[in-house]
Write a protein that binds this ligand. Structure first.
Ligand code: GLU
Length: 479
C-alpha cells in the first residue's frame, strides 16, 4: 500500500442526500483529489428499520450528478470490501468476540423503559444523562437469570476513566473526559453493530488515513478513539468541519426550504453551480475567488483553512451562481440540459425544429436563474402558448398604442426581406407614421408580439417568430 491519503464518505441511506452531507462528500473528494489520494464510498446501512435500497441508489445517483466520483465502493470494487456495512456483519462479530474475550465489553440487559427512567432521573437531578453502569458488574448468576427471562443483551464498552485527546485538523487540540461518558453500546440486542463500533472497524480495515466529517460527530470521535485503543488500531487524523446553518443560524433543516440535493436538481440547478456554492460555504480555498471550476477547487482546497464556525446557506447566492453558470454554458449544452425540463413543461421538444429551439434558448439564456419554469420564458415563441397578459392588454388599450400596432401591421403587410431588416424598417415606419417614440413605441409592439411587457430583445424575438407569424399575432389581436 502506498502512503497516499485514503478518505471516505460514509452516508447512511436513510433519506435523500442532504446538502450538508453533499458538502462532506465534496470536502472528502477535494481532499482526495488535491492530495492524489483515494476516496472510498461506504454505505452505513446497519439501521435496518431506517435504511432503504432506494435511498442508496438515489445517494449514489446524486453524488454522480454532482460529479463526485469515488475510487472504491459498492459498485466500484476495491481491495477493502465489502463496502456496505450490512455485508460486513461477520467482521464486526469477530471483533466483538475479541472485546468480549478481553473483558472490555459486557452484556447489558436493561430495557428501553429502564434506560429512559434512568435518563429522566439524571436530568431531574441536573446530572448529565448517560448510562450509569447498572449491568457492568452483574454476577454470572444474575446474567443467567436475565437471560432465562428472555432478555437479549446488547454489548456495552467499558469506558475507561481517562482523558481522550486528539488534534483536529480544523479545530486544533480537543479534549474529552472519559468520566463524563457512560458505557456505550457497541452491538445492539438485535446483533447489529452500533455506529461507533462499525465505523472504527471499517475505517481501520479500509486503511482510512483522514476522517473528514461534520462537527456533529466530535463527541463520537472521542468514543471512537477509545475503541481504536481497545482494538489495537491506530486512529486516523480527524477533521471536523462546521455545519451548514439556515438564515436563523439554526442547523439547516427542511423548514428552511430545499435541503436535498435532489430537490435542487429537480428545480433545475446546475451541478457545477451547487458544487461551487457548497465549496464556498465556510470557505476552504486559498484565494478569495467566488466562481471556481471543479479543477480550481481541487487546486485551491485546504482543510486547515476551512472555517470553524457554521456557514449560512443562502439560496439567493446559490441562485446568483446558478444564473451565472447558465449564462456561461454553450447553447447546445444548455439545450441538452433543458430537455427534461421542456418535457416537464409539456413541450414535445424533439418535435420542435432544433435550430429554432437553439435560437429560442439562446434568446432567453440571460434570463434564466434555474431551469424550472422554463415554459414561462419560452412560451411566447409558440403560437399555441402565446397569451396576452392583463398588463400587456392594458398597455395596448390606449389610442396611441392602437395606432402603433396598426402602423406596424401595415408595414408588415407589404414587407419582404430578411426578418431583422423588416423589423428595423417596420419600427422606423411606425415611429414616423404614429409619432410615438421610446417606450410608447416599443412597449405596445412588445406587448402585442410577445403578450408580455418584458423579455428578450425585440429584434431577436421578431427574427425568431418570423414576419408571417408576427403579422398573424397582430391581426388576431382583439383590443
Ligand atoms: N453514517 C454516518 C453519517 O451519515 C457517518 C458519519 C461518519 O462520517 O463517521 O452521519
Amino acid at each position: 500500500m502506498t502512503d497516499a491519503p485514503r478518505v471516505r464518505f460514509a452516508p447512511s441511506p436513510t433519506g435523500e442526500l442532504h446538502v450538508g452531507n453533499a458538502r462532506t462528500a465534496l470536502f472528502n473528494w477535494l481532499f482526495a483529489r488535491h492530495t492524489r489520494g483515494r476516496l472510498i464510498l461506504r454505505i452505513e446501512d446497519t439501521d435496518e428499520s431506517r435504511s432503504a435500497l432506494s435511498y442508496q441508489t438515489s445517494l449514489m445517483d446524486d453524488l454522480k450528478w454532482l460529479g463526485l466520483s469515488w475510487d472504491e465502493g459498492p459498485d466500484a470494487g476495491g481491495g477493502c470490501g465489502p463496502y456496505r456495512q450490512s455485508e460486513r456483519l461477520e467482521i464486526y462479530a469477530g471483533y466483538l468476540k475479541k472485546l468480549i474475550d478481553a473483558e472490555l465489553v459486557y452484556p447489558c440487559y436493561c430495557t428501553e423503559e429502564e434506560l429512559e427512567e434512568e435518563r429522566r432521573s439524571l436530568i431531574l437531578s441536573k446530572r448529565m444523562p448517560r448510562y450509569m453502569g447498572r449491568c457492568r458488574s452483574l454476577t454470572p448468576d444474575q446474567r443467567k437469570a436475565r437471560e432465562a427471562s428472555g432478555r437479549k443483551p446488547s454489548w456495552r464498552f467499558k469506558v475507561p476513566q481517562t482523558t481522550v485527546e486528539f488534534t483536529d485538523l480544523i479545530r486544533g487540540p480537543m479534549r474529552f473526559e472519559g468520566e463524563a461518558m457512560g458505557d456505550f453500546i457497541v452491538v445492539r440486542s438485535n446483533g447489529m453493530p452500533a455506529y461507533n463500533f462499525a465505523v472504527v472497524i471499517d475505517d481501520s480495515l479500509m486503511a482510512i488515513t483522514h476522517v473528514i466529517r461534520g462537527e456533529d460527530h466530535l463527541s463520537n470521535t472521542a468514543l471512537q478513539i477509545m475503541l481504536y485503543r481497545a482494538l489495537g488500531f491506530e486512529p486516523p487524523v480527524f477533521a471536523h468541519h462546521c455545519l451548514i446553518l439556515g438564515r436563523d443560524h439554526a442547523k439547516l433543516s427542511k423548514r428552511h426550504g430545499s435541503v436535498a440535493v435532489g430537490e435542487f436538481r429537480r428545480r433545475g440547478f446546475l451541478p457545477e453551480a451547487l458544487l461551487n456554492y457548497l465549496g464556498l460555504l465556510g470557505s476552504s480555498f486559498a484565494d478569495a475567488k467566488e466562481v471556481l471550476s471543479r479543477d480550481e477547487m481541487v487546486a485551491a482546497f485546504s482543510l486547515e483553512r476551512a472555517s470553524k464556525s457554521g456557514a449560512v446557506f443562502d439560496e439567493d447566492k446559490l441562485s446568483w451562481l446558478n444564473a451565472l453558470y447558465i449564462r456561461n454554458l454553450h447553447v447546445d449544452d444548455l439545450v441538452e440540459r433543458l430537455r427534461p425540463f421542456l418535457r416537464e413543461a409539456g413541450y414535445a421538444e424533439e418535435k420542435i425544429d432544433q435550430r429554432r429551439l437553439g435560437e429560442i434558448v439562446a434568446a432567453v439564456q440571460g434570463e434564466l436563474v434555474t431551469f424550472a419554469g422554463i415554459g414561462g420564458h419560452i412560451d411566447l415563441f409558440f403560437d399555441d402558448r402565446y397569451v396576452l397578459t392583463p398588463e400587456a392588454r392594458a398597455v395596448l388599450a390606449s389610442d396611441r398604442a392602437r395606432q402603433v400596432i396598426s402602423s406596424f401591421k401595415e408595414y408588415l403587410e407589404k414587407a419582404s426581406g430578411a426578418p431583422r431588416e423588416i423589423y428595423i424598417a417596420a419600427m422606423q415606419y411606425t415611429r414616423e407614421k404614429s409619432g410615438a417614440k421610446g417606450r410608447d413605441l416599443f412597449l405596445p409592439v412588445r406587448a402585442a408580439l410577445t403578450g408580455r411587457l418584458s423579455g428578450p430583445e425585440l429584434d431577436r424575438v421578431f427574427a425568431i417568430l418570423g414576419p408571417a407569424s408576427a403579422r398573424e399575432r397582430l391581426e388576431r389581436l382583439t383590443l
